[in-house]
Write a protein that binds this ligand. Sequence first.
Ligand code: TXA
Ligand code: MG
Length: 338
Amino acid sequence: MQLGDIKAAVKELDNSGVVGMPTETVYGLAAKISDPVAINKIFSTKRRPFFDPLIVHVASIAMAKQLTTDWSLMAEGLAEKFWPGPLTLILPKADLVNPLITSGLDSVGIRMPSHPMALELIEKAKVALAAPSANRFGKTSPTKASHVLSEFPADEGIVIDGGDCEVGLESTVLLIKRNNENYQLSILRAGAVSESAISQLLHKKGFKFSFVEKINKQLAPGQMKHHYMPEIPLVVVKDAKLSIQQILLKAEQAIAQMPDQIDDVEIKKPAKFVTVTEIPLADSPHLAARKFYADLREYSEKSKADILVIRISSFHNEEAWQPLLDRLTKAASLIISE
Ligand code: TXA
Ligand code: MG
């Protein structure tokens, strides 16, 4: 890909191309929802399997309403409070949305990003933009324009440089189902908008709702176990007392026995288990989230270690850390518990 301004990006979209779009969460790989050639290009550029649906990005609530057959009072309330921002609503899809985008599901993921360049791009494209994170399938998500540039070949579209992503982890994905005014909600992916923030708003507004756990593959095809994996295998260690030697030994035993691929994602195996680089986590969950993907990339490029290690402890179980713990768990080749 090549750097370009919004004008060049709009032209690229008009020519059935894909655009690296900055958002507050991570960079997206955007195409017009009205253009099946461009939507296909998202999947081929990312090498993403067709069973993993894309999120559609809008610049207004009016635009969102056209994408779903059920813009409920709850959708309206959540959008008013959390949009523009890191919350994706999964709602019944309208015919206008190409089944390629939703992988044949009868629901569609919709989100209004808050990055001003994303909003401007959508407005100037005059149509909603489908965009997954702008990384190769299964790899670490991009939080800087340079990450997107290095991920794809030079002739594959335009990247807009919108600076470093402020949130740094992908949006919360919330499935909304309802029976009249009884709502059933499921968080399919944790993100910066927490379950308690959602609950608080919905209680205040007097909705009847309950949260149900739903993590089967049919409802959330993207919720694979392995995802976001860095080039050097990551080992997450929950045991503060474990020495580097013990970590190396456990990693060698476990990783050597893993298959070469899980869920279409390649599992990296170092040639030896001798050296470790430890990645420190910031004290604040927001700062840690903002830096996480960039750290995974930078340590993978610069470190000569055989494995990367991140240590976590009991305070990381608090709700504010959940989005990061989720990504850590999926990026890890191995998790060593106490
Ligand atoms: O923050 C974000 O959400 C970023 C930026 C670019 O907006 N996008 C992003 O897209 O993370 P992606 O494709 O990497 O992740 C989309 C997730 C996947 O886990 C996918 O399975 C889920 O959303 N998803 C999309 N549509 C869905 C649907 N109709 N039903 C269930 N899950 C859906
Ligand atoms: Mg992704």
